[in-house]
Design a protein around this ligand. Structure first.
Ligand SMILES: Nc1nc2c(ncn2[C@@H]2O[C@H](COP(=O)(O)OP(=O)(O)OP(=O)(O)O)[C@@H](O)[C@H]2O)c(=O)[nH]1
Ligand SMILES: [Mg+2]
Length: 394
């Protein structure tokens, strides 16, 4: 495929340059603001750089001739009465402004918005983004694209994917001290124990680009039949010592014994997010472990948006630093997860995508989630150049 890069002082000039040089085959993938001209870094001006490729598809016809829009503008302007006071004039101008911006985004003859906006809205809804997130995106499209730019559906899609990627907060685990305790909390059955085993192996072996650490696992899940055996079996296979804390005092004692260990992973008992009293009790228990502790919330990517919201809220008392998204392999819809991470400003740290311990885990990456978006025309090469590699397993 042939790519191009063109620079010009404004977006319009750059588009004209691209159209003149490459015609309708040119598909713009990315736009960025640059500094142009100048001498020794001085007197440079702001400009626009467009990057894209040449498509073999037949050119799309513009959806609505500009003359038609102009005609509509004239009709609306013609309807303004001439005898008016300044106040009514201001009101009318405001009304006209709204009418015009509404009408240029809407094709004639029905109440729907511009075809491209409808298309992107449908894509976002199909991927289960929350209504608030979809509203924000649509408002941003209206704000940032001129009417003629909306005719380039592919370019709009590309920009929306870029905005989605920019909205995914990622956790910088490098900020954690080398020696600390990593606690995983979350609802029942989301994959906490399996994930603790994967994480311990990842740091223990120094895989996925992490530095090798000395690791231990403690479980405080002694209540459920088989829970202890499950984590002990993982520990045995991976050669990582596992301790089952019988009480608060035991957890405290064990933490003290591990004071020279780099990383202690604590697997907790699954709590229903409705059970806030038990969540509170567990928090007290965890505070007993003394060391520098960071709590993280395990959330299944298959959970619907309203439940994710309840869970995030109910586990708030733990002050969890990041979200670990589990069972990504079981869903093709990542919109709910992305929307809630963004809306509640909680970063994503790891992603798990299968039952195999220790392999089915990776560091979180925006590219990884974006590649799961359904219906958007996404170029993996471009995504990776924009948001980094998708991880070792995508
Ligand atoms: N498909 C898939 N299954 C997973 C993943 N992570 C865990 N599981 C499975 O989910 C089930 C529950 O996993 P656990 O690790 O026991 O979950 P938990 O959160 O510790 O459960 P409780 O301790 O009962 O609250 C098991 O069958 C795991 O194999 C994943 O990323 N993908
Ligand atoms: Mg468990």
């Amino acid at each position: 495929m042939e790519y191009f890069v063109e620079q010009a002082p404004t977006h319009r000039d750059a588009m004209e340059k691209v159209r003149a040089k490459y015609g309708d085959q040119a598909k713009v993938m990315h736009q960025r603001t640059i500094r142009m001209g100048g001498f020794l870094g001085l007197f440079s001006r702001e400009g626009v750089e467009l990057t894209g490729y040449l498509s073999n598809e037949p050119a799309r016809k513009p959806k609505r001739p500009v003359t038609e829009v102009e005609e509509e503008k004239r009709k609306i302007l013609g309807s303004v009465k001439s005898d008016r006071t300044l106040e009514t004039l201001v009101e009318e101008v405001q009304g006209l402004k709204n009418q015009l911006s509404e009408s240029v985004f809407r094709p004639p003859g029905n109440e729907r918005e511009h075809e491209t906006i409808e298309h992107v809205r449908e894509l976002l809804e199909r991927n289960e983004f929350t209504p608030g997130y979809v509203r924000n995106m649509v408002a941003r499209i209206k704000r940032e694209f001129a009417l003629d730019e909306l005719d380039d559906v592919e370019m709009v899609e590309q920009r929306v994917v870029e905005w989605i990627g920019e909205s995914i907060p990622l956790y910088d685990y490098e900020q954690e001290k080398r020696r600390h305790t990593f606690v995983l909390v979350g609802p029942t059955g989301v994959g906490k124990t399996t994930t603790i085993a994967k994480l311990a192996a990842m740091w223990g072996l120094g895989s996925r680009g992490l530095e090798t650490h000395d690791v231990r696992i403690i479980t405080i899940d002694n209540y459920r039949i088989g829970a202890r055996q499950q984590i002990e079996t993982y520990g045995e296979i991976m050669g990582i010592p596992v301790h089952c804390a019988e009480s608060y005092a035991d957890l405290e004692k064990q933490s003290a014994l591990y004071r020279d260990v780099d990383l202690v992973f604590i697997d907790t008992i699954g709590k229903s997010p409705k059970d806030s009293r038990k969540i509170g009790e567990m928090r007290e228990q965890l505070e007993a472990c003394g060391r520098d502790t960071s709590v993280h919330l395990a959330l299944s990517a298959t959970t619907k948006a309203s439940d994710i919201e309840t869970i995030m809220q109910q586990f708030e008392p733990f002050g969890y630093r990041s979200v670990v998204a589990t069972k990504l392999d079981e869903t093709s819809c990542v919109g709910s997860l992305i929307s809630l991470l963004y809306e509640r400003s909680r970063p994503l740290s790891f992603i798990t995508d299968g039952q195999q311990v220790p392999v089915d885990i990776d560091k979180a990456s925006a590219t990884r989630l974006l590649l799961k978006l359904d219906g958007f025309r996404i170029q993996r090469e471009w995504l990776e150049s924009r948001f980094g590699a998708a991880g070792t397993r995508a």
